[in-house]
Design a protein around this ligand. Structure first.
Ligand code: GLN
Length: 162
């Protein structure tokens, strides 16, 4: 997360944009949250820079309003189990269209908020701000390809231990 305009400018300035594009295209695992989701997409409205363009989806920045319109809500993410996922949206983007093999894992009011394709994952909210580790575990097992043994501690019991 952060400010996608600034991140895009710095990626370009330090010649990290093309190496990241190449890595993403060759299966390197990348998870973009919020501003990161904007950067991964290939079509950003009201954006005067080049996103990385590795996820075929259309994104509108600050689509819910300004900082005061940031919000929290409980999402259903069926892949992660029945327990709702508490999601924190901070000046979040809205994904308005997904194309070419993108898998939508969760939506909010009809707009995708968790999407994945191959080794790439994008979330428009901030899972790093809660203690629910299920999306991190999903990323490690499905995008990185490193199976996690859940037999001893379920994600829910891990969260309760914090
Ligand atoms: N509004 C920011 C942007 O458009 C994203 C905010 C965030 O990452 N929490 O880049």
């Amino acid at each position: 997360g952060g400010e996608s305009t600034t991140i895009a400018r710095l990626l370009h300035k330090f010649d990290l944009d093309n190496p990241l594009r190449e890595r993403a295209r060759s299966g390197f695992p990348i998870w973009g949250t919020c501003a990161g989701a904007i950067l991964l997409s290939d079509d950003v409205r009201e954006f005067d820079r080049e996103p990385l363009g590795v996820l075929p989806m259309t994104v509108e920045r600050n689509a819910y309003g300004s900082q005061i319109n940031s919000f929290e809500t409980d999402l259903s993410i069926p892949t992660l189990g029945l327990e709702p996922f508490h999601a924190i949206f901070i000046r979040a983007p809205r994904i308005t269209n997904v194309r070419n093999g993108i898998n939508v894992l969760a939506s909010h009011n009809g707009n995708p908020v968790v999407v994945t394709r191959g080794s790439l994952l994008a979330t428009t909210f901030h899972p790093e701000l809660t203690n629910d580790t299920r999306l991190h575990r999903y990323f490690v097992s499905e995008c990185v390809g490193f199976p996690i043994d859940d037999t001893e501690t379920s994600p829910v019991s891990i969260r309760r231990n914090y």
